[in-house]
Structures are given as C-alpha cells and as structure tokens.
Design a protein around this ligand. Sequence first.
Ligand code: PLP
Length: 286
Amino acid sequence: MTRTVYVNGQYLPEHEATVSIFDRGFLMSDGVYEVTSVLDGKLIDFEGHCVRLARSLSELEMAAPCSNETLLEIHRELVRLNDITDGMIYLQVTRGNPGDRDFVFPAEDTPPTLVLFTQSKPGLADSPVAKVGWKVISVPDVRWGRRDIKTTQLLYPSMAKMMAKKAGADDAWLVEDGMVTEGTSNNAYIVKGKRIITRALSSDILHGITRAAVLRFAAEAQFEVEERNFTIAEAQDADEAFITSATAFVMPVVEIDGAALGTGKPGSVTARMRELYLDEMRKAAI
Ligand code: PLP
C-alpha cells in the first residue's frame, strides 16, 4: 500500500509530495516538529503535543499553520487512510518558502509549510526491547541553548545516536558540566529505592510530554519524585534507570558506559511506570 502523506492542505501519495528547495526548513532547519504515537488506531496525548507545538511556534515567532481542531482532523484522516493500528505520526511546521535564501525572517504573511506522515509500527507498545532494556553511553552535550524548543535541528542527536550504535549501545545520554541533560531523543531518569530522579525543566532539556505524564502517575502511585541534576557516576550506582519519550514510552536502561545497573535487568519501578503509563494513556487516547 502506498503511503498517503499530508502537505499544505493536500493528501498525496508519498512520491507526489514535494516541498520547495527554498523552504526555510530545508535551508535553515527553521522548523519545529511533534511525533504522536498511535495505539489501537487512537492518538496518545494529542493535547500535550498541541500545547507544546504552540509553545515551540510562539518561542520562534512562527505562525500556527491551522487550528488544533484541523490538526486533529488531519491526524485522524492519516490514520484512516494509511490503516494505522500502532505507529506514529510525524508533524513538521516550517517558516515556509520565501522564494529565496536569506538570514532575515521572511514577511509575516509567508504561509508556513505543514507536513505530516505516518509510520506504521505494529506492536509498538509490546517491543521486546522493553523486556531487556537499553544500554547507553555518555557523550558531551554540544547542542544549542534552547533545547526546550522542539526544532528540527537534530544533527547532533543523530550523531550521538550513531556514536552509541558504533559502541554497541542503544542510545547516548548527553552530559553538560558533568551532569546528564537527557538522551538523544528522550528524557533520562534514575531510581533509588522508591525515588525517581530526573533533571528539572529548563532550556537545557526538551519538556517531554511523556515526562509530564510519567511524573504525574509516579506521584499518584506514591513514588517520590525528585527533580534535580545527576551525574553519570550517580546513575551507574542507582538501582534502576529509564528513559521516556512519546514513542518509546518508558524504556528501561540497564547499562551505562559499560557498567550494569543493579541486577543488570529492567527494574520493578521502571516496569510499574511503563505499565501505568501505557494503561492510563490508552484509556485517555482519542
Ligand atoms: N528530549 C529530547 C531531546 C527529545 O527529542 C524528545 C522527543 O523527541 C524527548 C526528550 C521526549 O519528549 P516526548 O516525551 O515529548 O516525546
């Protein structure tokens, strides 16, 4: 089945969809994005993605391409047209095509570019990797200073992912001033007893919508939540570790820079948080 994608008001077969070479997204990475999971044909935390998208756009003084109601319609239509049961929907908004290359932002009435496409991932929530856990390595965090904006500037996270793969690991934890910021495309946590520790929100990290939900469910389940910095050494000495993202949900981390954590197997707090997150988010899916 040929995938149907969405570009600027049109649903098209993927090979017919085009964006100009003058698009600011292509020339300047002048764009923001969201990735929404689909489970059982329904959207997970759609509202959370809309709220963050609006914030990313406003921080960059970029116009919203359409209303949230229209975005919801497009998401649902792509799920329907592509017959997605489990998977994800990628959305990108750029500052559009001013017809030439210039560092100056284009005129405000330049229409933004809006692109969405689906990725089918049957059994997304039953990933066998979640039973084994990830190995991570640490690498320096050399990204720009506004990581709270979900921009399409993903070259360094992609390079860090490749460093991890070359080292036989699954992901990299980024370290700045001796402290873990986050994973290449996820937020990072350690667990000590019944205490879940993760870096506090600031412009140093992306404000994960999975993070927000997981911390809420953790508090409701009587886990203690501590929002503070931690080092790789503290993480290696923790009982458990995990990451969160909209598409990996809650994923155990069992090894950091070659050192096994605890038993070297996914821990019980992590397993409980994954189960809680998936149960609650499936119930609230739209
Ligand atoms: N941190 C970074 C750098 C990310 O790229 C992502 C997701 O892409 C996250 C954290 C997790 O955010 P969310 O839970 O909203 O997917």
